[in-house]
Design a binder for this molecule. Structure first.
Ligand SMILES: Cc1ncc(C[n+]2csc(CCOP(=O)(O)OP(=O)(O)O)c2C)c(N)n1
Length: 875
């Protein structure tokens, strides 16, 4: 009878199921399977197991195959490809990176204790990065468009350390880690804390500092590459997206929310490496559980190819000497909190507390010294094993791959940090610990050099540097590197596609309808049309965009495998491999990640694309604001369209749908230009300028434009105010009363401008002359005001210049909270009373009229505020 390996992968909760009541019978079944595998191979074995599972279902035995597999490497030793590099040199290079990264962080904090920085994350990720750099990560060069690599943010010091050895950064630069402001005055380049393309625009490609955004972004970038390929705009074949993320980071909802999309789309151009050091900031990720098992089940269940990279080569012999699987079982029964303690303790402790659990395990460890036990590597620290896992991942077809790489947090930091509970934030490293680190990684440093944290850089013609350079050269050059070269895209003239909006002459429509009509025309433009990426999150019908389904189709990597119910309709639901619309379903996080991928295509792919993501404005900045912030960091160029915007235009929908704040948040993003146009003509002029600014002038800005679904008469927009519309306001009209009447000035924006106009008419009838200004952008006015104040020759703010054309107190009304018009208070002409009305508070369901009355932004309320302002009384 052969030994029957225990079912090590079953978790303790399942133990009742695995009680072996008849070992002899069990052995017979297993023997039978062994003979099938030996005689007919694994395919036949799989078939039989499936047949048995099916029979089991007929009997209703309630068994499904477990998604977790034994706690061993997925890639068997026999299947490992030969390591194509020079192990000794790569180890030495890795040690140099580790040292310089550590020295950089510690020195910055010796100089200024407040700067922060991390050592332990990179210490765990270093080998994962290095194998990528030496063997897998392609840079953009020639006919290879380059891989996209998302780096774990707290490991940035290691990436700087590599750039230093490559000669891309100087020692003086390293000395200015986290000192971007002071560096230039000292002839250095400041190095930002985490990957921030905004701050190092020729270096970092993808911002990852906010956990969870890197993971979801990487998925949508991989999908966008398929989209570009399928639409025959750019062949992205042969290029990959790599993401190294933390195991703690996997808890973020964004990290997990698009896993099934990646599998559904068969994104085999995507490889994630989850750095499973089992720790996060405060402590273990799953102290009482096992995060790798959990992630394996999560990813496998979502349809990913899962590769567990758990143990280094020196464990191979131990597993080979243990055919009964005692070792895998013991490892699989160790919870992560305990595994962390094993990482922190020395070989002797591991012998006494792990290998002494049973006589069999103790026997396995018998031939090893404590030192050897201490040095047993986890998979994520073994270059050969990492290479094998990456090679298998790259070769895998049809599914995305996740590599669950088992590492130690603070690897090599010894008693000062490895596996310690507080290691995440450790940035002090002194005396004996530095010398121990030097010894641990055999660094060519004297005691004195180690203790003074001297940076280490071998000569340019040393074997290490030559090796590093030649390997990067073979992969297209150094990484990371952010490029901005891209073609400009010609833009049609405004009046060729937006005449109906600019010269509306009183025609009734909503600004949303006008936008959709304009978009439909722009999509037909031979130059610009193909570059447009319409994006929706299951709301296209809400915004009247169903006609685009037929016109340009919805992108689907597999086309349309069904005949749509509405096939005979002229608006029928059409999916196609060359479809243009990205229909993201009910996932604002997904849709904004998709938008970011398209909005940064100019840089990531050298191909300018122009995304228009249209959504309920309430579910934008408020819901996915941090992703928008990351897109801003990535220098996105594109349009966000906040539809059904404002607190009162979406009458019946009530509190959670009614947005009174998005313009407040948008104003905080420096490269976001936010507009709240009242009329179709204003909207058209703004969109036209945005296209020019982003595609022709190639400025790193994006536009946020709010749209309404309220139908009303749209006036024509005279050509001479187009410039003012873009700067933030223009004089819309003058409503005279008698010649000696009192004067008041009204400002209104978006949905409320019509109320303001009605108020002006009422006031004029009551003997008060009124000037009305349409404010298209409070935030642009405020920015201009601030800029004129700090300019070397202070000028008059644009809004003050405009308002100088009117007299009397000023009342500003908006469908947003009052803080929005309050943002320009400092810039109104001196001596003029300035009163704001807005929609502070929770929304309600009712008619627009009732809501505007309730919030005090209807015509009557605005007129009353104006009269009170004139009389000098508080509102
Ligand atoms: C959205 C967000 N929340 C919190 C943090 C703060 N933070 C930075 S690193 C970290 C722990 C990271 O743990 P893990 O992902 O396991 O990576 P490790 O450093 O352990 O490799 C936390 C909580 C952050 N950067 N972003």
């Amino acid at each position: 009878m052969n030994n029957v390996a225990p079912l090590a992968h079953l978790r303790p909760a399942d133990e009742t199921v695995v009680q072996d009541v008849d070992p002899q019978e069990t052995a017979e079944w297993c023997d039978a399977l062994d003979s099938v595998v030996a005689a007919h191979g694994p395919a036949r074995a799989r078939y039989l197991l499936s047949a048995l599972a099916q029979r089991g279902r007929q009997h209703g035995i309630g068994w499904t195959p477990p998604l977790a597999t034994p706690y061993v490497n997925t890639v068997a030793v026999a299947d490992e490809p030969t390591f194509p590099g020079d192990l000794a040199i790569e180890e030495r290079l890795g040690a140099l990176m580790r040292w310089n990264a550590l020295a950089m962080v510690v020195r910055a904090n010796q100089a200024y204790g407040e700067l922060g920085g991390h050592i332990a994350s990179y210490a765990s990720a270093a080998d994962l990065f290095e194998v990528g750099f030496n063997h897998f990560f392609h840079a953009r060069r020639g006919d290879h468009g380059g891989d996209l690599v998302f780096f774990q943010p707290h490991s940035s010091p290691g990436v700087y350390a590599r750039a230093f050895l490559e000669g891309r950064l100087t020692e003086n630069d390293l000395l200015h880690y986290r000192q971007e402001l002071t560096a230039p005055s000292r002839g250095a380049r400041g190095l930002c804390s985490y990957p921030h393309p905004y701050l190092m625009p020729d270096f970092w490609q993808f911002p990852t500092g906010s956990m969870g955004i890197g993971p979801i972004s990487s998925i949508y970038h991989a999908r966008f590459m398929r989209y570009l390929t399928d639409r025959q705009l750019l062949d992205c074949g042969g290029r990959r997206v790599w993401g190294v993320f933390g195991d703690g980071e996997m808890d973020e909802p964004e990290s997990m929310s698009a896993l099934t999309l990646a599998a559904r789309e068969g994104l085999d151009n995507l490889t994630w490496v989850v750095n499973c050091n089992l720790q996060r900031l405060d402590g273990p990720v799953r102290g009482n559980g096992r995060v790798i098992d959990e992630l394996e089940q999560l990813f496998a269940g979502a349809g990913w190819n899962v590769i567990k990279l758990l143990w280094g080569s020196d464990w191979d012999g131990l597993f080979a000497r243990d055919p009964a699987g005692m070792l895998a079982r013991a490892l699989g029964a160790t919870v992560d909190g305990q595994m962390q303690t094993f990482a922190a303790k020395d070989g002797r402790y591991n012998r006494e507390h792990f290998f002494s659990q049973s006589a069999d395990l103790a026997r396995l460890a018998q031939g090893m010294t404590d030192e050897q036990i201490d040095r047993l590597r986890r998979g994520g620290h073994d270059l050969v094993k990492i290479h094998a896992a990456y090679a298998v991942a790259v070769a895998h077809k049809g599914r995305p791959t996740v590599i669950l790489a088992h590492t130690k947090k603070g690897y090599g930091m010894g008693s000062a940090g490895q596996g310690r509970m507080t290691t995440h934030s450790q940035k002090k490293f002194e005396g004996a610990d530095l010398v121990a680190f030097r010894d641990r990684f055999s660094l060519p440093l004297s005691n004195e050099q180690a203790q003074s944290l001297a940076f280490l850089k071998p000569a340019d013609d040393s074997p290490e540097i030559e090796y590093m350079r030649s390997h990067r050269d073979a992969l297209g050059g150094p990484m990371p590197s952010r490029e901005t070269r891209c073609d400009t895209v010609a833009k049609p003239e405004l009046m060729t596609y937006a005449q109906f909006a600019v010269a509306a002459d009183g025609k009734e429509m909503s600004t949303t309808m006008a936008f959709v009509r304009m978009l439909g025309t722009l999509l037909k433009d031979p130059s610009l049309g193909p570059r447009i990426v319409p994006i929706v999150a299951d709301e296209a019908r809400t915004f009247g965009m169903a006609n685009l389904f037929k016109q340009v189709g919805i992108y689907s990597s597999v086309g349309q495998r069904y005949s749509p119910e509405d096939i005979d309709s002229i608006l029928s639901y059409r999916e196609a491999t060359n479809g243009q619309i990205l229909e993201e379903g009910i996932s604002e996080a997904g849709a904004i990640a998709s938008w970011t991928a398209a909005a940064t295509s100019y840089s990531v792919h050298g191909l300018a694309m122009l995304p228009f993501y249209i959504y309920y404005s309430m579910f934008g900045f408020q819901r996915v604001g941090d992703q928008i912030w990351a897109a801003a960091d990535q220098r996105a160029r594109g349009f966000l369209l906040g539809a059904t915007s404002g607190r009162t235009t979406l009458g019946g929908e009530g509190l959670q749908h009614q947005d009174g704040t998005s313009h407040l948040i948008a104003a905080t993003i420096p490269n976001c230009k936010a507009y709240d146009p009242a009329f179709a003509g204003e909207m058209a002029v703004i969109v036209d300028a945005g296209i020019r600014e982003m595609l022709v002038e190639q400025h790193d800005v994006f536009y946020y434009v709010t749209l309404m679904n309220e139908n009303y008469a749209q006036p024509a927009l005279p050509a001479d105010v187009h410039g003012d519309v873009l700067r933030g306001c223009y004089r819309f009209g003058h409503y005279p009363a008698t010649s000696n009447s009192a004067h008041v000035t009204l400002l209104g924006s978006g949905a409320i401008l019509n109320e303001v106009v009605k108020a002006a008419q009422q006031l004029a009838a009551q003997g008060i002359s009124v000037d009305v200004f349409s404010v298209t952008s409070w935030s642009e006015l405020a920015r201009d005001g601030q800029a004129s104040e700090v300019a070397s020759v202070p000028g008059t703010p644009f809004v003050a210049q405009q308002l100088a054309r009117s007299t009397g107190p000023i009342v500003a009304a908006t469908d947003y909270v009052r803080a929005v018009p309050e943002s320009i208070r400092a810039f109104v002409p001196q001596g003029r009373r300035y009163v704001t009305v807005g929609t502070d508070g929770f929304g309600r369901s009712d008619t627009r009229a009732a809501l505007r009355n309730f919030f005090g932004v209807d015509a009557q309320s605005v007129a009353r505020a104006a009269r009170l302002a004139l009389s000098g009384e508080p509102r």
